[in-house]
Design a binder for this molecule. Structure first.
Ligand code: F6P
Length: 324
C-alpha cells in the first residue's frame, strides 16, 4: 500500500476532523501518501480528491463538522456509480480507503470492497452511537455534553415558570443520546425506542412528580421513540389530561451535531485513525476500528452494522431512583 484515501460520509459528527487529521498524519509517519476525498462517495465518483500532507490538517483537531464535507450519495448505490468511483481511485493510484461514518457509509464500503477486492477500513463517526463493536462512536460524547448543557439551560426557565418541557433529541432509531443525557441532566422521564413506557405510565409518573413537590419537569424524548406520539402530540395529550401542568416543547435538532469535539472524542479519533491506517498496512480489510474495554478493537464491517443493541437499560432504573 502506497497511497490511502480518507473520506467522511453520512451525517457529520464532532471528531470527524480529528479523525481525518489522524489518518493523514499516520500516513505521513509511515511515509505513505494520503489523499482526501471531498463529499464522501459522491466526491469519489467525481474524482474530487486532494493530496494531503501532515501540515494540511493543522488547526482542525478542535473543529466541528468535517473539512472534507459530507454527503449521502444515491449514485454510489448503483453498480455504475461504484465503477466510476473505482476508476477514479485507480487513476489517482489509491490503494486503500478509510471511510468515516455510520451504517450507510459502512454498507457502501463493504459492497465496494467486495466488488473490486479493494482494501477498506471503517471509523465509526455518528452522534447516534448506533454502531456495534465500539462502546462509543465519534461525536457521541460531544453530542451528549451539548445536550446536557442545553437541558440545564431549559431547566432554568422551566423552573422559573413551573413548567413541564418535552425535549426531543436526535438518535435516529436508538435511545443512547436520550438515555445518557437524560440521566446526566436529571430528567424526570426518558422516552426511548428500546423501552415503551406507555402513555398511562407517563401520566402517572408526572402526577407523582407533581405530588412529590416538584415544580418543574423535564421529559427527554428520543426522536425514534415508539410511544406513538411525537413531542407536539405529547404536549397536547398532557394538556388535555393533566390540567396542573403548563407544557412547552423544545426540539433540539441539528445543533446536536455541531460544536468543538470533547477531549474524549479528540483522543478517540486520534487513536482510531492510527489503528485504521496501521491495520490497512498490516494487510487487513473490511473491518471497523472500535473502542472496547478502552482498547482498540477490529470488528468486521457487517457485524458493526448488524450487531445486537448495546443500550444500557439499567440506566432507566437509575433514572427512576434518581427522580424519586
Ligand atoms: O445520524 C445522525 C442524525 O443526526 C440522526 O440523529 C438524525 O435522525 C439524522 O442524522 C438527521 O439527518 P439529516 O441531517 O439528513 O436531517
Amino acid at each position: 500500500i502506497k497511497k490511502i484515501a480518507v473520506l467522511t460520509s453520512g451525517g457529520d459528527s464532532p471528531g470527524m476532523n480529528a479523525a481525518i487529521r489522524s489518518v493523514v498524519r499516520t500516513c505521513a509517519y509511515h511515509n505513505i501518501n494520503c489523499v482526501g476525498i471531498y463529499r464522501g462517495y459522491q466526491g469519489m465518483i467525481e474524482g474530487d480528491f486532494k493530496e494531503m500532507d501532515a501540515r494540511s490538517v493543522k488547526g482542525i483537531i478542535n473543529k466541528g463538522g468535517t473539512i472534507l464535507k459530507s454527503a449521502r450519495s444515491n449514485e454510489f448505490r448503483t453498480v455504475e456509480g461504484r465503477k466510476k468511483a473505482y476508476e477514479k481511485l485507480k487513476e489517482a493510484n489509491v490503494d486503500a480507503l478509510v471511510a468515516v461514518g455510520g451504517d450507510g457509509t459502512f454498507t457502501g464500503a463493504m459492497i465496494f470492497s467486495s466488488e473490486y477486492d479493494f482494501p477498506v477500513m471503517g471509523i465509526p463517526g455518528t452522534i447516534d452511537n448506533d454502531i456495534f463493536g465500539t462502546s462509543h462512536t465519534l461525536g457521541y460524547d460531544t453530542a451528549l455534553n451539548t445536550v446536557v448543557d442545553v437541558i440545564d439551560k431549559i431547566r432554568d426557565t422551566a423552573s422559573s415558570h413551573n413548567r413541564l418541557f418535552f425535549i426531543e433529541v436526535m438518535g435516529r432509531d436508538v435511545g443512547h443520546i436520550a438515555l445518557n443525557a437524560g440521566v446526566g441532566a436529571g430528567a424526570e422521564e426518558i422516552l426511548i425506542p428500546e423501552e415503551d413506557l406507555g402513555l398511562e405510565r407517563l401520566l402517572e409518573s408526572l402526577r407523582r412528580s407533581k405530588r412529590s413537590g416538584k415544580s418543574s419537569s423535564i421529559v427527554v424524548v428520543a426522536e425514534g421513540d415508539k410511544i406513538g406520539k411525537n413531542v407536539f402530540e405529547l404536549k397536547d395529550y398532557v394538556d388535555e389530561n393533566l390540567a396542573e401542568y403548563e407544557v412547552r416543547v423544545s426540539v433540539l435538532g441539528h445543533m446536536q451535531r455541531g460544536g468543538s469535539p470533547s477531549c474524549f472524542d479528540r483522543v478517540l479519533a486520534s487513536r482510531m485513525g492510527v489503528k485504521a491506517v496501521e491495520s490497512l498496512l498490516e494487510g487487513k480489510s473490511n473491518y471497523m476500528v472500535g473502542l472496547l474495554n478502552d482498547k482498540m478493537a477490529l470488528t468486521p464491517l457487517d457485524q458493526a452494522i448488524k450487531g445486537q443493541s448495546k443500550i444500557n437499560l439499567e440506566l432507566l432504573r437509575v433514572s427512576d431512583i434518581m427522580t424519586t
